[in-house]
Design a protein around this ligand. Structure first.
Ligand code: DSN
Length: 421
């Protein structure tokens, strides 16, 4: 199968100039086309976004902000950044947008820099209960430089314990409270978090990296009206280029902008900024709103079907694009399940479940997400098939059986082609 038409004439040039890297591009395209992408934080961005990423905007240094740059020749990239900012503000109803962070982690560094000083107390979700590295992990700058107090989920229903969150806030008087997670399948009550922040005088920071695409598609409630600051990535459900973004109230605009540049970054990646602008335009379309709703509907079916296969959906199921699955009933741990599924062409990740008896390197769970398969056009019937394929892959270490499942995965993905010529 020739994939050259997708990459265009420049790919012929690359093939001649650097066949080693050209081969990687082709092999990765084939991997994405022929295996199931269930990593909850991944998606297939549009060709228009890929075009921007591979453009000459990559050559331009543009330290500063539109109209206030430290380099000449920024008149064209200024236009792209202004469009991206305007589209972000309009899509999310935000007072201020900074579209320059290189990633979600970079955006979070800027949030800390804008609102706190090293040593300050920050309340955030614990990593083993679904939080992110930048929410205070001891191996991350956040855990090293800040006094992080962690909150988690209740043991009985695996939902955020807002009473515990309030008690911790009153006791520790944090400068900032972070809500948002990487493995929490339920919705967050932003109104309640706002009330707690107001009660203790804390900045309300929402790390919306995982679910901002669902907000953009009007499929779940938005944190923007409540939060002082919302940080996120642009490549998950949102389906844009890899990168980060920050929205805030107007009163925090200067602090956020200074924290991003010159506080934390030099020149923005202008090809990515243009890609973010394109993705934001796509998100404003009715088709994207249908997509966001389908992502959730598909994930609900996937979680329920995995339960029908004898596994347990953490938090009682999902209200979002991801499901966290307790697989202890299968007698296989997360690490082995991840490896077996990988051999069967099903790409997902092992994941700690709340109160996990296993180590983070082993885990008792897997995390699955529906953003990529929904972009491919898969629906509830395919989700049921995928659950069955996962269950069969987890249940066997027989290479022949795993290869046979891989064949079924290939047949399924062939019916939903991506980036085909
Ligand atoms: N690595 C991302 C995820 O998979 O959730 C978070 O940064």
């Amino acid at each position: 199968m020739s994939q050259t038409p997708f990459y265009g004439p420049d790919f012929e040039l690359l093939s001649q100039q650097d066949p080693d890297i050209a081969k990687v591009l082709l092999s990765e395209l084939k991997r994405q086309q022929t295996t199931l992408q269930l990593i909850a934080s991944e998606n297939f961005t549009s060709r228009a976004v890929l075009a921007a990423l591979g453009s000459t905007l990559s050559n331009k240094y543009a330290e500063g902000y539109p109209g206030k740059r430290y380099y000449g020749g920024c008149e064209e990239v200024d236009v792209a950044e202004v469009i991206a900012i305007d589209r972000a503000k309009s899509l999310f109803g935000a007072e201020h947008a900074n579209v320059q962070p290189h990633s979600g982690a970079s955006a979070n560094v800027a949030v800390y820099a804008a609102f706190t000083k090293p040593g300050d107390t920050v309340l955030a979700m614990s990593l083993p209960h679904g939080g992110h590295l930048t929410h205070g992990s001891k191996v991350n700058f956040s855990g090293k430089w800040f006094n992080i107090v962690s909150y988690g989920v209740r043991q009985e229903d695996e939902l955020i314990d807002y009473d515990e969150l309030r008690d911790l806030a009153i006791k520790n008087k944090p400068k900032m409270i972070c809500s948002g997670a990487t493995a929490y399948p339920s919705l967050i009550d932003f109104k309640k978090v706002r009330e707690i922040c107001d009660e203790v005088g804390a900045i309300m920071w929402v790390d919306a990296a995982h679910f901002i695409g669902l907000v953009a598609g009007k499929a779940i409630p938005s944190p923007v009206p409540y939060a002082d600051v919302v940080s996120f990535t642009t490549h998950k459900v949102l389906r844009g280029p890899r990168g980060g973004m920050i929205l805030s109230k107007a009163e925090h605009a200067q602090a956020i902008d200074k924290a991003v540049f010159p506080g934390m970054q030099g020149g923005p990646i202008m090809s990515a900024v243009a890609g973010k602008a394109i993705a934001l335009k796509e998100c404003a379309e009715p088709a994207y709103q249908r997509y966001a709703k389908d992502v959730i509907a598909n994930c609900k079916v996937l979680a329920k079907s995995l339960e029908d296969e004898g596994m347990r959906a953490v938090s009682g199921g999902t209200e979002t694009h991801l499901a966290l699955i307790d697989i202890r009933n299968t007698k296989v741990n997360g690490k082995v399940a991840d490896e077996r599924c990988g051999l069967a062409g099903i790409v997902l990740n092992k994941n700690a479940i709340p109160f996990d008896p296993e180590s983070p390197a082993v885990t008792s769970g897997i995390r699955v997400g529906s953003p990529a398969t929904t972009t491919q056009g898969m629906g509830p019937n395919e989700m049921k098939s995928i659950a069955s394929l996962i269950a069969r892959a987890i249940a066997t270490d027989d290479q022949k059986k795993l290869s046979a499942i891989r064949g079924e995965v290939q047949a399924l993905t062939a019916r939903f082609p991506i980036y085909s010529a």
